[in-house]
Design a protein around this ligand. Structure first.
Ligand SMILES: C[S@@+](CC[C@H](N)C(=O)[O-])C[C@H]1O[C@@H](n2cnc3c(N)ncnc32)[C@H](O)[C@@H]1O
Length: 199
């Protein structure tokens, strides 16, 4: 189990009285664009890693934890440098199924348009509408084993959600102080496969 070194809050929530237990922590750490370089975040992810599991990281940047690592930016250490939808389709075509997904997309349209510009791609007028990451999550869902975990990061806690039949297991709020947004980290477990997605 993840144990925060300097928890501000460390509680267990019984969600809406239905017996489902969610772990909830809030910690403080310096902000870092390399999300998994922040120690509490790295520990949060590591707590879900066991030997020999298959991990997919579609937005890996320089993080080397996953079995399949992708990042559109060619100047990163990822193994693949593909548009995320193409990467997820490629894994689907290879029948890869994962125990753990690290889902850490850009958090704002500004971050995304900067990257697109740097790799000579068109951000497009619909680029800013991508922040539900709905289609990406639908493809991702096909790659996750039942019982597998998806860890999502961002400025919201949307995640895979109950419509895709995921159960929220843990929340980590990482406060950075000053004018910074918190980094919101959630871990959800796939309880069954949802074939027909109308999400
Ligand atoms: C929040 S950062 C990920 C940080 C990483 N998890 C870490 O711990 O260092 C988001 C990454 O997504 C990549 N990215 C942005 N848009 C993408 C896209 N459409 N397809 C694939 N990668 C993309 C960016 O290059 C950036 O490195």
């Amino acid at each position: 189990m993840y144990a925060a070194k300097s928890p501000i809050v460390n509680v267990v929530i019984n969600e809406i009285g239905d017996g489902k237990v969610i772990k909830f922590n809030r910690v403080w750490t310096m902000p870092n664009g390399d999300t998994l370089q922040m120690e509490p975040v790295l520990n949060f992810v590591k707590s879900y890693i066991q030997p020999n599991i298959i991990i997919i990281d579609p937005f890996a940047r320089d993080c080397m934890l996953a079995t399949y690592r992708n990042d559109l930016n060619p100047d990163t250490k990822a193994e693949f440098h593909m548009e995320v939808m193409d990467f997820l389709r490629m894994l689907g075509n290879k029948n890869i199924s994962a125990d753990l997904i690290i889902f850490d997309p850009p958090y704002s349209s500004r971050q995304m348009s900067e990257l697109y510009k740097s790799v000579g791609m068109e951000f497009g007028i619909n680029g800013g509408q991508r922040f539900g990451w709905k289609e990406e999550r639908n493809l991702l869902n096909n790659l996750v084993k039942v019982g597998g975990i998806v860890i999502s990061f961002g400025w919201n806690s949307i995640g895979m959600g109950i419509k895709r039949l995921y159960k929220l297991e843990e929340i980590l709020l990482v406060c950075h102080g000053g004018a910074h947004n918190d980094t919101i980290c959630i871990a959800e477990r796939k309880t069954a496969h949802q074939e027909r997605l109308e999400i």
